[in-house]
Design a protein around this ligand. Sequence first.
Ligand SMILES: Cc1cc2nc3c(=O)[nH]c(=O)nc-3n(C[C@H](O)[C@H](O)[C@H](O)COP(=O)(O)OP(=O)(O)OC[C@H]3O[C@@H](n4cnc5c(N)ncnc54)[C@H](O)[C@@H]3O)c2cc1C
Length: 386
Amino acid sequence: MSSGNSAERVAIIGAGIVGLAQAWLAAEGGRQVTVFERSPRACGASIRNFGMIWPIGQPHGELYRTAMRSRARWLRLSSEAGIWVDACGSVHAAHRADEQAVLEEFAAVAPELAVDCQLLTPAQVLQKAPLINPDGLRCGLYSPTELCVNPTAATRSLPDWLAARYGVRFRFGVLASEVGESAGRPQVVFSDGTRESFDRVLVCGGADFQTLFPEVLERSGLVACKLQMLALAAESAPCPLGTHVAGGLTLRHYRIFEICPGLMSLRRRIAEETPELDRYGIHVMASQNDRGELILGDSHEYGSQIEPFDDVRIDEWILRELQHLLRLPVWKISRRWHGIYAKHPDLPVYQAQPIPRVHIFTGTGGAGMTMSFGLAEDFWRRLQNQ
Ligand SMILES: Cc1cc2nc3c(=O)[nH]c(=O)nc-3n(C[C@H](O)[C@H](O)[C@H](O)COP(=O)(O)OP(=O)(O)OC[C@H]3O[C@@H](n4cnc5c(N)ncnc54)[C@H](O)[C@@H]3O)c2cc1C
């Protein structure tokens, strides 16, 4: 059956942002879509993140363009679905000479890479993001392209809009326990023993590697990654944060900055001065949601390193680094949590087809909010062209 057949019945397993993006694109193409989510409402990585739509962190070229296409869809959701989206942009602030060097190097090549950003003086940085610590501030890199969403509200309200706008059906509290084939069609078996056949099935189960196709996911190269996060109550921010804020530590986290020769000495200095930051993959960022809370993080622990318990020291290191980056009158922690995502070492998303017309689509790593809509567009375009 052609992927463009308007009668095509599509099942999507998982109502995180990846599954919702797939549901949107499938339904936009005229397909009949049903989303199955095992929890009563989404509670995975997609509701636990910073809500940063972050093109600036994506490798330049095709992936940056994919991020920008996703960005355009978030803006559409703002106007069409009434989802809160703040076109806040971002500032990377440099408080150390090596951080300044990397930002200067990046700003110099950014036009060639078609990345829209500019170097700011300390005074300009503070105009954009007044809560950045002025002490020792050397410069900042401003990018206008980043958006802020409230990930919990957005992920949980998108189903209503998809249902109303495209007739997407949602079945929450339903676990898909097996996906197989019956009479040449994909068939989903549910935990209550019922089964249903579809023309196509997309498995978007996030970091669940055990329930569906464990033998494929075992060999996939995907790893789970745990991140610790905190939120500060709105009263900690005496004025708006202005933009998303990242510090020098973040320059070693996103691949786009790997083109900067100065990154090596920045990495070396951090490894010597603060090895705990490398050990736990800590870099620090802040966003501000529509409730005025500051969302802070994060750390990165992988695979067998992951414990169910949160490490208090990690929170303390995150806060210590953020207290260099931001100047706040009070640091009133309102929430702490961790999230786990699936990540592939090389790919922006892991895709496999274990059975004809059954697709596994997961592993968006730390960029699922940024990339999912664009990646889903690419998926359906490729199918259409097959
Ligand atoms: C702390 C943190 C901060 C982050 N910050 C950002 C950020 O600011 N910007 C950004 O772009 N990205 C960020 N990310 C990454 C982003 O959140 C993830 O890439 C993205 O949410 C992954 O979406 P998903 O749909 O694959 O997974 P999930 O959101 O985990 O959704 C998977 C869903 O599938 C369901 N499911 C699984 N198996 C079954 C089954 N068998 N039957 C039924 N349902 C099933 C689960 O219940 C779950 O709801 C962050 C991630 C974390 C953890």
